[in-house]
Write a protein that binds this ligand. Sequence first.
Ligand SMILES: *[C@@H]1O[C@H](CO)[C@@H](O)[C@H](O)[C@H]1NC(C)=O
Length: 507
Amino acid sequence: MKLFILFGCLIYLVGYHAKTLKQQRRFPEDFLFGTATAAYQIEGGWNADGKGENIWDYVTHNTPTVITDASNGDVAADSYNNYKRDVQMMRELGLDAYRFSISWARILPDGFSNNVNEAGVKFYNNYINEMIKYNIEPIVTLYHWDLPQKLQELGGFANPLFSDWFEDYARVAFDHFGDRVKLWITFNEPREICYEGYASDTKAPVLNSSAVGAYICAKNLILSHAKAYHAYNNDFKSNQGGECGITISVNWYGPLTDSKDDAMAAELRRQAEWGLYAEPIFSSEGDFPKELSRKIALKSAEQGYSRSRLPSLTDDEKDFVKGSFDFFGVNHYTSLLVSASEYKQEFIVPSMLDDVGAFTYVPEEWPKAASYWLRLAPNSIYNALSHLRNKYGNIKFIITENGWSSGPSGGLIDDDRVRYYRAALESVLDCLDDGINIKGYMAWSLLDNFEWNEGYLERFGLYEVDFEDPARPRTPRKSAFVYKQIIKSREIDHSYEPDPMTMAVDE
Ligand SMILES: *[C@@H]1O[C@H](CO)[C@@H](O)[C@H](O)[C@H]1NC(C)=O
């Protein structure tokens, strides 16, 4: 009996100690907690006050079959008219920062900088000023997939002059908003722009140019990023004092087994998924990833092309893009396991997947979101970020997106989203414990919005939006309360239950 009591005390003490240790894991006071959105997904006002047509307007209006529910972003969450409510939600959550994107065609209707739409500039000025008023740091993405249609008709990212057009647009944005915006992101997710837009039939401009379009786009996109970065660095930074980076989607691709073949397969897949875009900017060589470049050149020759489908970078171009960043924005959602031989899948020839020639596998036990590609994978953020740190050094990282989807009738009690956010933020704390230089975390997303091909069938919001109601009312989900509590306490309390779920701005 006495022994039992002694043991009981011991177990209690060990448990108590572990708990206090755990409670010491805190996010630093200067860590930026925010949420993220994109213009086309939330704004609506697709042709309001002189806005030009963009590629998503064009695709959703002309080939609605590309969108599962044949919907579009004409009105979306109507943030164009509800921006004050959006900022109120940011205040309710206690956000330090808010990441949003500028619609290129709203401020330059034809894409070119000769014609600036003052009403569009005014909208973003109002939005930014409303955030600044309440001490919320605006983080601006210049390009989140909504190219002016006029520029698409000239070839879009496949036109070698694209980088000049992008630089001109970036300068207009720095000029008008740079006095208040101190964190600039040139592009959101080059892989999704180039691979899904130019090499598949899923995202605008739906070019479906498998294995050729995406690689041309990759080169022009990287040069465009670097031109905007250098424009900021040379002509704005000394006055405005901000920073400029790029956001790349870095999901974790780990080897299925510890065989050498699987290690190589996973490396090749990583190179194709994000190394293609990250390596020229963040590595010391300033070039496309070596093994992938070799493989594409080899396959291209076998397939009878007179040159590699992946264009090369000249030495001048490499020098120009190398080191063109102040921070690395990471969008991270999930993990996949890669095998050189198991789980064989059919690939279109030629294609990026065939160039890589590796197969992916996702364990059944990783919980599923509503989006087919999204699972809750263990240590996902830590695996990705420690890999990036080891590859590119301990540069400044900001997690610019991370989130979880539910179906349209998911409701307000989103326990699976709460579980995902808590796990993700524990993984961020693992990174911070390991000394990885992560400076902020943006949850995707502030509110339900137009989820591209899935229309309104997948919901990522901390706030639910009623798309049936013309006023587009927003209601906080349970995850909003949980995120708010984490931001306020700078700790993850796994036992916290919001009750009642009433939201207000803390004064
Ligand atoms: C895109 O290309 C693939 C492979 O060539 C083809 O199977 C598919 O039908 C194409 N999609 C469209 C919308 O044309």
